[in-house]
Design a protein. Structure first.
Ligand SMILES: Cc1cc2nc3c(=O)[nH]c(=O)nc-3n(C[C@H](O)[C@H](O)[C@H](O)COP(=O)(O)O)c2cc1C
Ligand code: SF4
Length: 512
């Protein structure tokens, strides 16, 4: 039997129905949910889409969009009398400069992708299918077989942390608690990343089938699909696929499916912040342990998995874990890499895990201009110099290089880019998106942004103490946001010291 939805969990839904933060809304939501009015107000102010419901068009101020003159787009909208505000990355880096109108969401143009091939696990260009053969096979073979295939596949989480999927799945099956949940993380907010969007728009059945496999293997009673709020059409594609799968008889009637919208908070991509949002609260990350596999949604064992991770499951079970593992070069599987910025054909490219940056640039039609630097895995991964172009783009190699693969949002910068400005753009992003819960991150992100602005304004000593601040943030922040937020600045200073008034170059330089 489904546990009844707690009233607290209805706070975000009721706020959304009432049109966001407006006079009298907190009081009316208090009456409907019995959650204290001040608490409701606190929730409304946390989420940008609820806090500023009448702000108008959102113009992306992510790094890729700034490279494509998002300021010019903002000026055009303002001249046309349109209400507009800047927003953090909108997940449309291939369409830069991107904007999003909550009143009239325009369809997203199809991104460039890799041509269809039988050697791709997701294969974005292939026809999506209602076959669901992998789901049927998982029923026939049973949970132990599914877990063994998952383990032999070597699938690691594609949302950013790269954690082995089979360990999470086994940990949930080992729990004595029988109330269990599966959560799809489709919040996709890391600047430079837009792969989950393309997976759902092109292959929604892979996602629905993958979720059904997970719920059945883990004996979960409910599946929650948390889709970022600006992705209305993405959510609609997923809903339509679920409906088709239901009509085709593939969906177990005992499992309930719930769609939940994000409300414009990057931090809710972090798995425990996402759980807080599902529970109707401000999206502030929880201390771990306990991990969600033990105490997740409603304090019960919960599998949280990224869209790309889930979409790999049908191919793994149909073609075998070993087949998937061998697709990778340095680590198992293929990987969806998002390329944007100064490349000729921005898009989502599926390539063997561990492909080099040089190979990815070739897939994306080459660099526009001369390569200076790149972010291998979104804003959180900082910058690497052009001389790293032959690095293997996988989790362990990039970690050893002091960076990260993260969500593989690869942003390419040519030699026209000012690295102080690029670091400032990322600093603004992290300051705005910090949930404010812990002081190293809340205050540290502010200090870094201010230091960069002062340096840009001509103060040569402005950056004197940023390494100490960065150390404190890395050591003492609760979650990955604060731990990574200084990396864009510290890596830019390391590889491009002369741009920060420091003595020697170390490994920087450009390459064609
Ligand atoms: C600040 C921050 C933001 C994150 N955003 C996302 C996101 O948008 N989508 C996602 O799948 N994972 C995101 N993650 C990673 C999740 O916390 C979690 O590791 C992931 O959803 C687990 O799924 P996976 O194992 O399939 O990757 C984020 C992590 C942090 C620290
Ligand atoms: S590190 Fe930043 S985002 Fe994470 S919990 Fe602390 S304040 Fe919030």
């Amino acid at each position: 039997m489904q546990p009844k939805k707690a009233r607290r969990e209805e706070v975000l839904e009721k706020l959304e129905e009432a049109g966001g933060r407006r006079t009298g809304v907190a009081a009316s939501v208090q009456r409907k949910t019995l959650v204290p009015e001040a608490d409701v107000y606190g929730v409304a102010t946390f989420y940008s889409l609820l806090a500023e419901p009448d702000a108008g068009v959102r113009v992306c101020q992510g790094l890729t969009c700034q490279l494509s003159d998002s300021q010019g787009l903002m000026s055009e909208l303002e001249s046309a009398g349109q209400d507009a505000v800047y927003a953090s990355c909108l997940g449309q880096c291939d369409q830069a400069p991107a904007s999003w109108n909550p009143e009239d969401e325009t369809p997203i143009d199809r991104a460039c992708t890799t041509p269809s091939s039988p050697d791709l696990a997701i294969d974005l260009e292939a026809a999506d299918s209602l076959d669901y053969a992998a789901l049927r096979r998982s029923f026939e073979q049973g949970p132990d077989w599914v877990l063994n295939e998952l383990e032999s596949s070597g699938l690691t989480g594609r949302g950013g942390a790269g954690f082995p999927a089979h360990i999470k799945w086994r940990a949930i099956r080992d729990q004595a608690e029988s109330e269990r949940y599966v959560v799809l993380n489709a919040d996709e907010g890391e600047p430079g990343t837009f792969k989950d969007r393309e997976v759902i728009l092109r292959r929604p059945h892979l996602v629905v089938e993958g979720l059904a496999i997970a719920a059945s293997c883990l004996e979960a009673q409910a599946i929650y699909l948390y889709v970022r709020g600006e992705f209305g059409r993405v959510r609609a594609a997923l809903e339509a696929a679920l409906e088709d799968a239901r009509e085709a008889g593939h969906i177990d009637q005992r499992v309930s499916w719930h769609f939940e919208d994000g409300h414009g908070a990057y931090i809710c991509g972090e798995e425990t912040a996402l759980l807080e949002a599902l529970e109707g609260k401000r999206g502030m990350p929880r201390m771990k342990p306990p991990f969600p596999v033990e105490k997740g949604f409603r304090g019960k064992p919960t599998l949280i998995q990224n869209v790309e991770s889930i979409a790999c499951l049908p191919a793994i079970l149909q073609r075998g874990g070993e087949w998937f593992r061998r697709l990778g070069r340095t680590e198992p599987g293929t990987k969806l890499y998002c390329l944007s910025g100064h490349v000729e054909q921005p898009g989502v490219y599926e390539a063997p895990m561990g492909s080099t940056m040089r190979e990815l640039l070739e897939l994306a039609g080459g660099v526009s201009g001369t390569l200076k630097a790149f972010s291998p895995g979104g804003a959180s991964s900082g910058f690497l110099p052009a001389s790293s172009v032959d690095i293997a783009m996988d989790f362990s190699t990039l970690r050893e290089a002091g960076s990260m693969l993260g969500s593989a949002g690869v942003v390419v910068l040519n030699d026209t880019v000012d690295m102080v400005q690029a670091a400032l753009t990322q600093a603004v992003f992290f300051e705005e998106e910090s949930c404010g819960q812990c002081s190293p991150c809340r205050i540290g992100t502010q200090i870094l942004r201010q230091a960069l602005q002062r340096y840009g304004d001509g103060d040569p000593n402005a950056l004197a103490y940023v390494q100490d601040v960065a150390w404190g943030m890395g050591e003492a922040s609760i979650c990955g946001l604060g731990q990574a937020a200084a990396l864009p600045l510290t890596s830019a200073m390391k590889y491009f010291p002369s741009e920060f008034g420091l003595a020697s170059e170390s490994g920087g330089g450009s390459t064609s």
